[in-house]
Design a protein around this ligand. Structure first.
Ligand code: AMP
Ligand code: MG
Length: 320
């Protein structure tokens, strides 16, 4: 790990790290972000590994130009453009239907993506030089405070990131405001650096959709965590019924001689990063097959295996 002063040369080097699939901590006006190439699923898996988060959480895609929003999201309302023109670059994150260019691990399997243009010259330059949207949560370990200085990042994540770009103190110091556009309404998912009043002055009344992560499907709230609609269970021989269409999700290899309708292998080499990178897209593919049941093999609950198992257990519980 290096802490580099955020000058042109160091930003260029950091952009090379991003392009090669590495991790760069960088300043934004809200807090420091832990960034990876948002279009590279393995690089994004490294973010979750570094943060030691026991679960997946959808990440914000950071872009350098307003027009990039069209590459990654569907924008189908003029009010979205009004918000962008008024508040970008700035601490406003928009949650919109995602395009297929955005990997499932970035959105934790959600059909929507969160996107913003940060108001910080270092962040903008880094994204521009990388030529890719940068997926980034706050650059702290799970459960610790969000970092607003480079030294905060090195304290908790020093050995996990390739480069920390030091751009001084984050001016806003709190996270971005998150606003979702859903069925012709705006929902405030998280209060942050831009106030509700400022948003309402621009586009009129918005709804409060603050999401409780423990009750993602509570009435009046928007779903926040993705789970497959097809029943999902951990492997048990009692579920192997040949009259049913059953799909299987193995970790390294198919260990059963059962006529599965569809088989997916998360990582043939047993690499948890690769497994995490494939998890949500494989679940989506299995869900599309019109199966009666998806059977999954547990993975070891260490490192990224914990986040993988958290997601699988939640999906299994949903159908128990
Ligand atoms: P941060 O903690 O600043 O990295 O922001 C990530 C937060 O954005 C997540 O914890 C969610 O609250 C929110 N978020 C990101 N993507 C989505 C999405 N597709 N749908 C709903 N909320 C999202
Ligand atoms: Mg955070």
């Amino acid at each position: 790990m290096r802490i580099d002063k955020a000058n042109s040369e160091n930003i260029r080097n950091a952009a090379d790290v991003i392009k090669k699939g590495g991790l760069v901590a960088f300043p934004t006006e809200t807090v420091y972000g832990l960034g990876a190439d948002g279009l590279n699923p393995i690089a994004v898996a490294k973010i979750f590994e570094a943060k030691k988060r026991p679960s997946f959480n959808p990440l914000i895609l950071h872009i350098a130009f307003k027009e990039w929003i069209e590459k990654f999201c569907y924008v189908n309302d003029d009010k979205v453009y009004r918000l962008i023109n008024k508040f970008w670059p700035g601490p406003l994150t928009l949650v919109l239907p995602k395009r297929s260019s955005v990997p499932d691990i970035v959105t934790s399997g959600n059909p929507t993506a969160a996107i913003r243009m940060p108001d910080h010259p270092v962040a903008l330059k880094l994204i521009e030089e990388s030529g890719t949207p940068i997926a980034a949560p706050s650059a702290n370990r799970f459960g610790h405070l969000s970092p607003t200085e480079a030294s905060h990042v090195s304290k908790y994540l020093g050995d996990k990131v390739d480069i920390i770009l030091d751009g001084g103190k984050s001016a806003v110091g709190v996270e971005s405001t998150i606003l979702q556009f859903h069925e012709n309404e705006f929902y405030l998912l998280r209060h942050g650096g831009l106030s509700k009043e400022e948003i309402e002055n621009e586009i009129g009344k918005i709804k409060s959709g603050t999401v409780d992560p423990d009750r993602p499907n509570a009435p009046g709230q928007l779903p926040f965590h993705y789970s497959p609609q097809t029943p999902l269970k951990f492997f048990d021989s009692k579920f192997l019924d040949e009259t049913k269409k059953i799909g299987a999700l193995f970790f390294k290899k198919n260990t059963l001689s059962f006529p599965f309708s569809n088989v997916k292998i998360l990582s043939q080499s047993g690499d948890l990063r690769e497994a995490a990178a494939n998890l949500f897209s494989y679940l989506h593919e299995l869900e599309k097959q019109n199966l009666d049941l998806i059977l999954v093999e547990p993975v070891e609950e260490k490192g990224l295996g914990r986040a993988i198992m958290d997601r699988l257990k939640k999906a299994a519980n949903q159908h128990s």
